[in-house]
Design a protein around this ligand. Structure first.
Ligand code: HEC
Ligand code: HEC
Length: 395
């Protein structure tokens, strides 16, 4: 292994130090052996208690499913009886193209129940259960039904841009590796090299053991995340950086810290062009993949959406949600961490996961949650073969 060479350069002191944190190090192995990177195993790799980022919505969504808990109220067993006909005074606008729903021959009770909780008619619906989840009151739903019944003409679109079926999908044309264009390149040019050379409380710096990261880690980041038996979970680049830095240099570079994002961006950058490879050979890795797949179709939050509802090709993907285009899972990983112009900051993949939960009124999890590891492994498998191009730049 390439690193075995830098190992010799390090010399006895650090080798002894490292041996004390290694889980298993063979003594002077005769043949080059897989050497496990030291990891601090104990404790979390992100802040606890996890506190949501400043400026993010802080409504209480603890009564609804998250990726770690199933707590949402169950769907109704039967449609509710209502006093027909419904009257109302509130114009509303909800759901897909309902511009001619008023002529569709639906009675009030059916419309009411469809809005209250469409699962009573269609268990596969992607419509939020407005009534069951307490998002709309009975009288608000009644008002919406009354409004829907007035709709009898196709919605007019002023231009192709107004019409979601004709609006062209966005395409990202900015050069993500141009430092004049992508502010995240600062991590590559300035921040990560400085951190790489900074000795931590244990006396060592990354450079003490890895003198030539561009050579040593040419493909490593493209093989992450992967099942890590010592932790009993899927380990991504960011959690690796936190635990490996702690074990080798003594630095506390927790996930989502500025240092962690800079180094994680850098480690992926040096692997740019390498195709994403996912190791699903072992039974625990396969099981993690299957958990990830199940999580991606778990309905969560007050709005009761799963990742698949928005990002799978047979559901929401390749469509518009309000002004935002919904991408498919493929193409969603190769550019992370990515600069977000709208947020003026670099987001790693776990922060993106968190936002896709908070946005549908679901509790987010700490970035090192094992559920995110499973989900990231599943996402990586959908992106196998895609070449890393980091840092990305997106809206
Ligand atoms: C005391 C020595 C030491 C220090 C300091 C050190 N590492 Fe390592 N690192 C290792 C060893 C040992 C491995 C296992 C590599 C091998 O021989 O395959 C490793 C592996 C890695 C790998 C590849 C992981 C893998 O699973 O193969 C990365 C990436 C890495 N280190 C990054 C860093 C970064 C970033 C820092 C600074 C925070 C750092 N290292 C500090 C010893 C060290
Ligand atoms: C209500 C719809 C919705 C749901 C549900 C949803 N997302 Fe998203 N997601 C979006 C939107 C909108 C964007 C930004 C536009 C885009 O790039 O697709 C996005 C972006 C992303 C991206 C980044 C895409 C990129 O190329 O930069 C990832 C990764 C992602 N979502 C993963 C998830 C995961 C995992 C889940 C489930 C925990 C999830 N999303 C649930 C709407 C959703």
């Amino acid at each position: 292994m390439i690193l075995a060479r830098s190992w010799i350069v390090v010399g006895a002191t650090i080798a002894v130090f490292a041996a004390s944190v290694l889980i298993s190090v063979g003594l002077a192995p005769a043949a080059p052996a897989e050497r496990a990177a030291p990891l601090a195993i104990d404790g979390p790799a992100a802040a606890r208690p996890w506190i949501r980022y400043g400026g993010w919505p802080n409504r209480d969504t603890s009564k609804f499913n998250s990726l770690s808990a199933i707590v949402s109220p169950p769907p109704p067993k039967a449609p509710r009886k209502i006093a027909t006909p419904l009257g109302g005074d509130l114009p509303g606008n909800v759901g897909p193209d309902l511009s001619e729903i008023g002529k569709a021959g639906r009675d009030d009770e059916w419309l009411f129940n469809y809005i209250y909780d469409a699962r009573v008619y269609n268990p596969e619906t992607v419509m939020p259960p407005w009534g069951t989840h307490g998002l709309l009151s009975d009288s608000e739903i009644g008002d919406i039904v009354a409004f829907l019944k007035t709709l009898a003409k196709p919605a007019p679109f002023k231009s192709a841009l107004d019409d979601p079926t004709r609006r062209p999908p966005p395409s990202e044309q900015r050069d993500n590796l141009d430092p004049m264009i992508n502010p995240a390149m600062w991590a590559i040019e300035e921040r990560a090299p400085a951190l790489w050379n900074a000795a931590g409380p244990a006396g060592a710096a990354c450079v003490s053991c890895h003198a030539t990261p561009e050579q040593a880690f040419k493909t490593w980041a493209a093989t992450m995340p992967r099942w890590e038996p010592r932790l009993g979970k899927v380990l991504g680049v960011e959690e690796f950086v936190a635990r490996h830095a702690k074990a080798t240099t003594g630095q506390d570079w927790l996930m989502e810290s500025e240092e962690n994002i800079a180094l994680s961006t850098y480690l992926r950058y040096v692997a740019n062009g390498a195709p994403i490879i996912v190791d699903l050979d072992s039974a625990p890795a396969k099981a993690a993949y299957e958990r990830g797949e199940a999580l991606s179709s778990r309905k969560i939050g007050a709005l009761n959406f799963s990742c698949a509802d928005c990002h799978s090709a047979d559901k929401g993907a390749q469509k518009w949600i309000r002004g935002q285009w919904l991408g498919e899972l493929r193409g969603q990983l190769d550019h992370f961490p990515t600069w977000r112009t709208s947020q003026q900051s670099t987001w790693d993949i776990r922060k993106r996961f968190q936002w896709c939960q908070v946005a549908i009124w679901a509790d987010d999890l700490p970035p090192d949650a094992s559920e995110y590891g499973d989900l990231e492994l599943y996402l990586a498998a959908q992106n196998a073969g895609q070449k890393l191009s980091v840092p990305g730049i997106r809206h």
